[in-house]
Design a protein around this ligand. Sequence first.
Ligand SMILES: NC(=O)c1ccc[n+]([C@@H]2O[C@H](COP(=O)([O-])OP(=O)(O)OC[C@H]3O[C@@H](n4cnc5c(N)ncnc54)[C@H](OP(=O)(O)O)[C@@H]3O)[C@@H](O)[C@H]2O)c1
Length: 332
Amino acid sequence: MQFRKLGNSGIEASVVGLGTWVTGGGAMWHGADDSESVRAISAALDNGITLIDTAPAYGWGHSEEIVGQVIKGRRDKVVLATKCGMWWDDARGSFHFTFDGHDTYISLRPDTLAVEIENSLRRLGTDHIDLYQCHWSAKEPEDTPIADTMAMLMKFKEQGKIRAIGVSNVSVAQLEEYRAHGDLASDQFRYSLLFRAPEVDILPYCAKHNVATLTYMSLEQGLLTGKVGMNRKFDPDEFRSNEDWNAWFKLVNRPKVLRMLAGWEDLMEKYSCRLAQLVIAWTAAQAGVTHVLCGARTAVQAEQNAVAGTVVLDAADVARMRRNALALGDPR
Ligand SMILES: NC(=O)c1ccc[n+]([C@@H]2O[C@H](COP(=O)([O-])OP(=O)(O)OC[C@H]3O[C@@H](n4cnc5c(N)ncnc54)[C@H](OP(=O)(O)O)[C@@H]3O)[C@@H](O)[C@H]2O)c1
């Protein structure tokens, strides 16, 4: 496993991180099997992953609880990352969506953050969180100033409740503002072979200012592992049916992706690895990318993804995979 720094926080974490959105289950992921989730998280840790990313919103606290259960007794081996800012206790904040029966608000108000941190610490069974990330940006009408949010997060840091501060799904202008008001260690955002928009501004900005980057959906929710064939159907409530986010899943687009993946047999042989591992290694090799978050529903997936942290691709192969992905064009 390769290890890289989380910005200037003094924390080092495995280049491959375990994402635990799927662990939360619910309709968005067509459920999850808790005992398999426990095995998946254990397998990740047993195979060199130290970075575990969760969030209160993943299963309305369920993902955090399962993570807390597994890390009991091995807390010191884990770089524990969770998030704040998705709120469903009451109507404070800005309405975001209703899902699984929860009216959910985006709130980065200091008063809701004060409640959220205690809830996360309790569910995770720990007295500190290593990386505490704002899940989404505040928005109208409850557009909490970044200065106020950051002041509260810096207070948590001084109190020892968190070790480092991160953000997610923000613009470069917002990154500037977060950095102006405190210590910003990381930024988390969508990035994959098939979704390269952050290369324009976010990745260069983070590299320049020593902000760690945690990429998500880098396996395109399984599509880039080759396992989503033409017959795989998703329920309308599943996130993978959301064509705004997942246009590559459309039946008209899938064959292009599957053909591209089929063309990498020689690379899999050269590096003695599977497609998922090739794709994770490609992502980890990109300029500005420091950590790649990979979701895993099963222990087998978690182990395979962890092993990808040892795969280092030659520059020519990285360039070839990029050329192949560029040739697919736009999925819309
Ligand atoms: N900050 C944000 O707003 C945000 C948004 C999205 C994600 N995230 C974070 O990023 C993490 C990663 O994103 P993600 O989980 O959405 O997507 P992902 O990592 O691209 O895909 C995860 C899915 O891919 C499949 N998979 C994973 N490893 C595999 C392997 N080795 N072989 C075959 N299939 C494999 C599994 O699908 P099956 O379920 O079909 O088995 C798994 O559920 C999340 O868990 C979360 O921590 C953050």
